[in-house]
Design a protein around this ligand. Structure first.
Ligand code: SF4
Length: 334
């Protein structure tokens, strides 16, 4: 029997209450992440990628709230935890890496102190050991002359080196899961590749699961084991990266991969999607049925009225009526 997944997101709904009704930027999203596995979450801006990550770690800004579904990390339900418990889970069990290192690093604290304090907050260790771990963490992420850089300030590091420090910070509490939201978007292409390879190596070595949010298909192709494609707050398909890249089941994914022969993974989602007529609908104008139907070259009559149910095809799950489910879907959980 295979191991239970590290992270299980089931039918997750995120709501924004407004005067004109409740909007759903995330509407019934389901996926899993195993230990040591990198799941890429890809889609256009506004598809619900980052807000899904924020919901998992309990960082939704009010009045945005979880409106349904469940999030389970290693057997612990996260979506029902209160803020004090969630704060303990963040850092201790979940590390975060964001696009802008300044959201993770305190500019007024030396990097060694920040690392040691994070280690002390989450691990049962002495101050001396925390300092040793801080040094080891900088060595592990490839900071040259780490011993001398321990007392440096964040601004004394280059962009790429700062993002290495952020990775060290995300991993020093020995988390089970890392949520990395566009971690390399702000970096030069050559530095991007180094940072992604580093993240990949450290997580595989330590058995850490990673949710890697990106709009960049090149990043997906080179870094991830599986990929979840999001469209208008819903999953279009989720499956092994190689298979999704070469034999996408969902018409939107095929559009994302590029429908022309010169499409290459280096081109980002925005460029590729120029090939699909129209644009992703806003939250206030979601069409009924399949949200992609107004743009879909393969739409059928029922697509305009019935929302697709998930179908399992090998190790892929796809939400599209071209692939009808084998069995009637289970009732949605509240
Ligand atoms: Fe296209 Fe219909 Fe599939 Fe939606 S459900 S992607 S409209 S074929």
């Amino acid at each position: 029997m295979s191991d239970p997944p590290l992270l299980e997101v089931e039918e997750l709904i995120v709501e924004i209450p407004t005067r004109r009704g409740t909007l759903r930027p995330v509407d019934g999203v389901s996926f899993t992440i195993g230990r040591g596995e990198i799941l890429g979450v890809v889609g256009e801006s506004g598809a619900g990628k980052s807000i899904t990550g924020a919901a998992i770690i309990g960082l939704l800004e009010r009045p945005i709230r979880i409106g349904g579904g469940r999030v389970t990390l290693g057997g612990t339900r996260l979506d029902t935890l209160g803020e004090p418990e969630l704060r303990r889970v963040r850092g201790a069990r979940i590390g975060t890496i964001f696009q802008d290192p300044s959201t993770s690093l305190n500019p007024l604290k030396r990097v060694g102190d920040q690392l040691a304090e994070t280690a002390l907050a989450h691990l049962d260790i002495s101050r001396g050991e925390a300092r040793d771990r801080a040094l080891r963490a900088l060595v592990d992420v490839g900071i040259p002359a780490a011993a001398e850089r321990l007392d440096a300030w964040p601004h004394e590091f280059s962009g790429g080196m700062r993002q290495r420090v952020v990775i060290a910070l995300a991993l020093i509490g020995e988390p089970e899961l890392v949520i990395a939201d566009e971690p390399t978007t702000a970096l030069d292409v050559s530095v991007q590749a180094q940072i992604l390879a580093l993240l990949r190596r450290l997580c595989t070595e330590r058995g850490v699961g990673v949710m890697l949010v990106t709009h960049d298909m090149g990043v997906i192709a080179e870094t991830t084991d599986r990929v979840a494609v999001l469209y208008a707050g819903r999953v279009a398909e989720v499956g092994p990266t190689r298979r999704v890249l070469t034999e996408a089941l969902h018409p939107y994914t095929r559009g994302l991969m590029g429908s022309t022969p010169d499409a290459s993974p280096e081109r980002d989602a925005r460029e590729r999607l120029a090939q699909i007529p129209g644009s992703m609908p806003g939250l206030t104008a979601l069409p009924p049925g399949c949200a992609f139907h107004p743009r879909c070259p393969e739409a059928m009559t029922r697509c305009a009225t019935d929302r697709p149910h998930p179908a399992v095809r090998g190790d892929t799950r796809v939400w599209c009526w071209l692939h009808p489910p084998d069995e009637p879907p289970a009732e949605r959980r509240p």
